[in-house]
Write a protein that binds this ligand. Structure first.
Ligand SMILES: [Zn+2]
Length: 151
């Protein structure tokens, strides 16, 4: 999954990310409940759509960054893979726009959309991005927005 040659994603290859309204609402509710800290979680995909929200603990317990707890991540990945596949990773920005910070880019390590829920203004907004790196250990990468369709 990481660091393969020919990892050349272009905007043409980006498909809309369809979020059922109940999934979007559950993400926003989780993010609101963790204020003032950032919240984070995972999305499960089954069939061809996002089907499940897995709110996770923010091991960093910080208003400006998030970190998944490795043990929790392992056990939830097992549940997600039994039901389908990882569909996305989300976290909140409590005071800034829904755009990846340099830290978000540095920490990105999954070939799935990274969703950011911004609580900086009401209503909350959700945007999604692919973070493209030649190697997942790279500090920087290319940020490509994935259009989010809530319905
Ligand atoms: Zn962030």
């Amino acid at each position: 999954m990481a660091g393969e040659d020919g990892n050349e994603m272009t905007e043409d290859m980006i498909e809309d990310l369809v979020l059922p309204a109940a999934i979007a609402a559950a993400m926003i509710e989780h993010c609101e409940s963790e204020r003032p800290n950032e919240a984070c979680g995972l999305l499960g995909r089954s069939g061809d759509g996002i089907s499940q929200v897995y709110p996770m603990r923010n091991a960093a317990a910080s208003p400006v960054r998030y970190a998944l707890d490795p043990q929790e991540q392992l056990s939830v990945y097992r549940i997600i893979e039994d039901a389908g596949s990882l569909g996305g990773v989300y976290h909140s920005h409590t005071r800034t726009e829904a755009y990846p910070s340099p830290t978000d880019v540095r920490m990105a390590s999954e070939d799935v959309p990274y969703l950011i829920v911004s609580l900086a203004s009401q209503p909350a907004s959700i945007r999604a991005f692919r973070i493209i790196k030649a190697n997942w250990t790279d500090e920087t990468g290319e940020i490509i927005e994935v259009p989010v369709v809530v319905h």
